[in-house]
Design a protein around this ligand. Sequence first.
Ligand code: ADP
Length: 230
Amino acid sequence: MREQVVVRVSGLRKEYGDTVALNAVSLEIGAGEVVTVMGPSGCGKSTLLNMIAGLNRPSAGQVRVHGDDLVAMNETGLALFRRRRVGMIFQFFNLIDDLPAIDNVALATQLTGTPARQARRRALELLDELGIADRKNVYPAVLGGGERQRVAVARALMNRPALLLADEPTGALDSHAGEQVMDLLIDLNQSGQTLLLVTHDERLATRCASRLVTMADGRITGERTLERTA
Ligand code: ADP
């Protein structure tokens, strides 16, 4: 049986004025893979991630995620895609300061029309799975960095996304909290979650990834399959 492809990017190009942020980028990610993209600052990693997340449109090329053709979608289609098909984790968590942990998580499905009670039930299940159910009523400012990132991961998982995207998920964490988030990402992958990570963190890349993609100047310059060291 053919392996299921979750992401298929081909001939991707993105220009910002005279800057070519991405140039002829092609990449496939199969179901259950953890692909890490590494490369120096400014090489196009975040631009690529944002394009696969449907946050940004290419100048040329194709992006398909789980069969959806992102280039063909209008803005409404892209907004629905972002809510339902992908989960995103950011370096600085992007939590809402005025909401306790559980509501930060529940909001993700309430936006897709799930009743509040049902959304809170699933949010609590996820916080429990990620080991922070006891922090459900705590506001982001009071949570530690690792806890905040776990809340952000729970939020990203609310809609059972085909793909979890993470942009420098350990970048703002101390090494202990960073290790915990790495362990969490590895656990999620072992339960079948497909992941695309962008990072500067060599340790995160080599511990978590099944495949390492390197970029420079808007292009993919190398690719290798890794044996996980975890
Ligand atoms: P990385 O994530 O590898 O640091 P980026 O994808 O953020 O790289 O950026 C790639 C290139 O595109 C850089 O030269 C950056 O300055 C440029 N760029 C990214 N986003 C924008 C934008 N919104 N407007 C103009 N230039 C941008």
